[in-house]
Design a protein. Sequence first.
Length: 151
Amino acid sequence: MSVFSGMNISSSALTAQRLRMDTVSANIANADSTRARINEDGEFEPYRRKIVNFQSDSPSFRDQFSKIKGDENKTVNGVKVASITEDDAPFVTVYNPNHPDADEAGYVQMPNVDPLQEMVDLMSATRSYEANVTAFNATKGMLMKALEIGK
């Protein structure tokens, strides 16, 4: 394990959480987009909420334990973004007969984005980001103190 492993882990988490915050902000920005794309029928479809999925950058506990024991000469890598998926929740139907995308009955399909849920996700991502910045700075501080030992 390298002396920079802690920094590498924190930096991978910072990158992943930044992407999560970007995705949440895109969801909030498109909360009223009724014409995000064209579906198979050639009709406009509202925006679908995006979800970021994380996974460990190392496959299993056994691999991690082997790396720490020194059986393998690899570093611990942290977290990575596995995928960005679309939420399959149904669209919200709102009665607004004056809307240009309203059907014959006056209903409009709105995106499946809940601003409250998005704000909670944004707060969670922000707190995770801050925690990783703190961990990164703590690791940096320990390395700086270790360098001062030689003085």
